[in-house]
Design a protein around this ligand. Structure first.
Ligand SMILES: Nc1ccn([C@@H]2O[C@H](COP(=O)(O)OP(=O)(O)OP(=O)(O)O)[C@@H](O)[C@H]2O)c(=O)n1
Ligand SMILES: C[C@](O)(CO)[C@H](O)COP(=O)(O)O
Length: 233
């Protein structure tokens, strides 16, 4: 019985609207390297993956300038309107290469600071788990709830003792993840990560504690922060 392989999907088809930059944020540079190239190299240098699929935006004109475009370990496919659509497109593109029980790890292109030790811990912790799970960080701030974003006034201080921030990679079995995403999207469920699709299908993914500096580059201030974090590795 051969052990399941690991496959990597790095969704990179977003437009980075909140970043307010002149290009999609995955093509902004840190130390003169595309964020996308940093993320892909950090993940693939682990040597864990049988292959990698990167869904790209149909308007993407930057990919040919990336280091990754010359890496024969990496395949590309078309992305979709939302992140979940891009991930499902990548899963479908891998269909002929992947066995049903193989693991798929989905990691945001916008998270270049992922630590190799966290990746190794996620894979070893979940290797024999029937469902899978995700890197996550316990909430460390006091959380306030407000009803409006225009003039946010506190309506409640939320109990944070059982709350976690979902990070990536998120790691699930190929066939289970395909079925869960197809069902969630068909039922128009709000799916912002792979775990929420798995939860909608009745599963309880495992939260594996990861470093809080595995940040998602989302707004302008995140770029310098990511550069500092990467300088410390
Ligand atoms: N249709 C989409 C939307 C997002 N992503 C990817 O999913 C990751 C996390 O999404 P997010 O941080 O929301 O990126 P954007 O959607 O680009 O950001 P924004 O919401 O600010 O436009 C990113 O690597 C992004 O490229 C994707 O592959 N396909
Ligand atoms: C998948 C994710 O990184 C988990 O925190 C996050 O949901 C992706 O960002 P988005 O803004 O929700 O697309």
């Amino acid at each position: 019985m051969t052990s399941p392989k690991l496959w990597l999907i790095v969704p990179a088809a977003g437009i980075g609207q909140r970043m307010q930059a002149e290009c999609p944020k995955q093509y902004l540079r840190i130390n003169n390297r595309f964020i996308l190239d940093i993320t892909l190299s950090r993940m693939l240098n682990s040597g864990l993956f049988a292959g990698c699929m990167v869904p790209l935006n149909s308007t993407d004109s930057w990919w040919p300038e990336s280091d990754a475009s010359n890496d024969d370990r990496i395949q590309t496919c078309g992305g979709g309107a939302e992140r979940a659509d891009s991930v499902l497109s990548a899963l479908h593109a891998l269909k002929e290469q992947v066995a049903a029980d193989d693991w798929v790890l989905v990691h945001d292109a916008a998270r270049p600071c992922v630590h190799p030790a966290d990746l190794a811990n996620l894979v070893s912790t979940l290797a024999d788990h029937p469902v899978g799970g995700l890197l996550a960080a316990p909430v460390a701030d006091t959380l306030k709830k407000a009803e409006s974003r225009d003039l946010p006034e506190v309506v409640e201080t939320v109990d944070r003792s059982q709350l976690w921030r979902a990070l990536t990679p998120q790691m699930f079995r190929y066939s289970m993840l395909v079925s869960a995403l197809e069902r969630a999207l068909k039922d128009k469920q709000p799916v912002t990560d792979e775990s929420s699709a798995m939860e909608f299908s009745g599963n309880m993914p495992v939260l594996v504690e990861g470093r809080p500096d595995n940040i998602k580059i989302t707004v302008p201030a995140d770029l310098d922060l990511a550069g500092f974090i990467l300088s410390r590795f």
